[in-house]
Design a binder for this molecule. Structure first.
Ligand code: NVA
Length: 307
């Protein structure tokens, strides 16, 4: 059966660990495994802005021996000129895998249902699972075993990053705290699924509206932009709503003395994070950005190996 990576819990705990181990191995020996040698083609589609994702998939696919084919979603008119299902059937005949950044999770699900090749979520409104693999790889490199580590995500917990943190963190057996304003905690379905997973892995999920409670003593503090792609019209209102959740030097100081700082980028200094934190000695944001490549190579190789 073709496997896909549409949301973080598409990988079970053992599978997540396997993919992270493969990513670490690939980081040390970037050209050793080449499942796309030929070259085989991976179709990549970006319906929202991108820097890290496009760059890391392109370079990663090249390191896997393959060819990265950029499909212009606007030219193709996905879902307008042709149905998602028909686009999936066509691309599945040209490419060995499909990587798609888009809006609705349901569109991605439809692509996966009809492609016949692995489909990878390169960010939707609901989840950003490739970023989470990179973040977990980064924490594993800096701090060792993930199980038992405590992480606080403060800011827009209802965003793709908030949802992905509870799912991926619970899968890894971590203690994930989300500190977010009323109305901005992770979606009910994602939170319930994360609770279920945490009960099997020894992890835990804590949802709070108090940023200080979220951050107290944690091993890592994570945030993200307050204005996700597609929410630009709410920019002013969001800045007011989220300002008590800014990762200032004071708030970061309430985490463990050696706590790390993570951010998927792009970052807005002086808004969700102070320059002194993101540019400070405990920030690992550039490692996260690099690790996108290693993590995405690993998930592509792993999915292709399952078919
Ligand atoms: N939550 C952000 C993540 C950017 C990588 C967004 O969706 O814009």
């Amino acid at each position: 059966m073709t496997r896909h990576f549409l949301r973080d819990d598409d990988l079970g705990p053992d599978e997540q660990a396997e993919v992270l181990a493969l990513a670490a191995e690939m980081k040390h020996a970037p050209h050793q495994r080449q499942p796309l040698a030929g070259p085989l083609t991976v179709a990549t589609i970006y319906d929202k802005p991108t820097l890290r994702t496009q760059a890391s998939f392109s370079s990663g696919i090249a390191e896997l021996g393959g060819h990265s084919m950029l499909v212009d979603g606007r030219l193709a008119g996905i879902g307008e000129r042709e149905s998602v299902a028909d686009v999936a059937r066509v691309l599945g005949r040209q490419a060995s895998a499909i990587v798609w950044r888009t809006f609705a999770q349901s569109s991605l699900d439809e692509m996966a249902a009809h492609a016949g090749v692995p489909v990878v979520n390169a960010l939707t409104d609901d989840f950003h699972p490739c970023q989470l693999l990179a973040d977990l790889l980064t924490l594993q490199e800096h701090r060792g075993a993930l199980a038992g580590q405590t992480v606080a995500f403060v800011g827009d917990g209802a965003s793709n990053m908030g949802n992905s943190w509870v799912l991926a963190g619970a899968t890894a057996g971590m203690h994930v705290r989300i500190g977010a304003p009323q109305g901005y905690l992770p979606g009910g379905a994602a939170a319930a699924r994360a609770e279920e997973l945490a009960a099997t892995t020894g992890g835990s999920i804590t949802l709070t509206h108090d940023a200080h409670e979220a951050v107290a003593g944690v091993d890592a503090v994570v945030t993200d932009t307050w204005v996700s792609m597609g929410k630009e019209g709410e920019s002013e209102a969001r800045t007011t709503t989220f300002s008590p959740y800014a990762v200032t030097e004071e708030l970061f100081g309430e985490a463990a003395d050696d706590a790390l700082f993570l951010h998927c980028l792009p970052a807005y200094r002086g808004k969700e994070v102070a320059a002194g934190v993101i540019d400070g000695p405990r920030s690992v944001v550039w490692d996260e950005a690099e690790n996108r490549r290693h993590a995405q190579k690993a998930i592509l190789a792993w999915l292709l190996g399952q078919g």
